[in-house]
Design a protein around this ligand. Sequence first.
Ligand code: IGP
Length: 275
Amino acid sequence: MTILDTIVARKWEEIAERKAAVSDSELRAMPLFGRSVNSARASILAAGSTGIISEFKRKSPSKGIINDRVDVAETTRGYVAAGAAVLSVLTDEPFFGGTPADLQAARVANPQTPILRKDFVVDAYQLLEAKAWGADLVLLIASCLTPEQVRSLSAYAHELGMEVLLEVHDADELQRSLCDTVDLVGVNNRNLKTFVTDINTSVQLARLIPDQFVKVTESGLHEASTMVRLHEAGYQAFLIGEAFMKTDDPATALGHLVTDYREQLVTSKTIHQIV
Ligand SMILES: O=P(O)(O)OC[C@@H](O)[C@@H](O)c1c[nH]c2ccccc12
């Protein structure tokens, strides 16, 4: 049994508990449910966007406690001020220390910014929750879903007005799960079964992702030079958590990375023009 199997098994228990406590119609009646969503796709592709999807993550199975001191509203507001194109907020409690309240607090603090509900979505009920808690897009992880589930969950997310980030880790997952109700494709550099992180995963898969999808590289990103390399490989967005959250001031860490990335991009473009 891998950690992913353990997480998904626990997730089904959580879903059963939540369904018993809050009905579909109660979720639909929540104040945020009817709000219009912010497009992550548009934000990432806008001229001058950093493409950074900045994550609020307190702990993880691979790293343990990363940061249990900072406030979600203050941190996410700081992320946006420092250049985040999209926010990612973990809502899984047992393994990542996130809560629905974190997502709602980030929503209220950042009304104009697209926010990803970062969780292990396996059931349509979680999409209703995401909408009710103020999410603009949801993550679907190919390795814990059948291609049919990816299709039906992504179509339902679209019906609810949200966008979909499909996460893959290898060519096989990409080829069998990709469908046109997905908006962004994320390549996770971290193998969720072994926790090994390798940037080459993204480099190798980039050319297999059709251009209609926004290409996102996920996990293990700490250096501007790595971002430049992945940008040149075709990535438009970068999902980054730990590099920011492990510091006492995650938003300032993001600001520094943005400055370095912009400088290095200019240098790299100049070199390409000369060579
Ligand atoms: O903290 P990192 O290494 O920058 O990674 C962020 C993000 O990619 C990672 O948290 C993540 C990617 N896919 C996930 C699925 C579930 C939980 C977490 C994740």
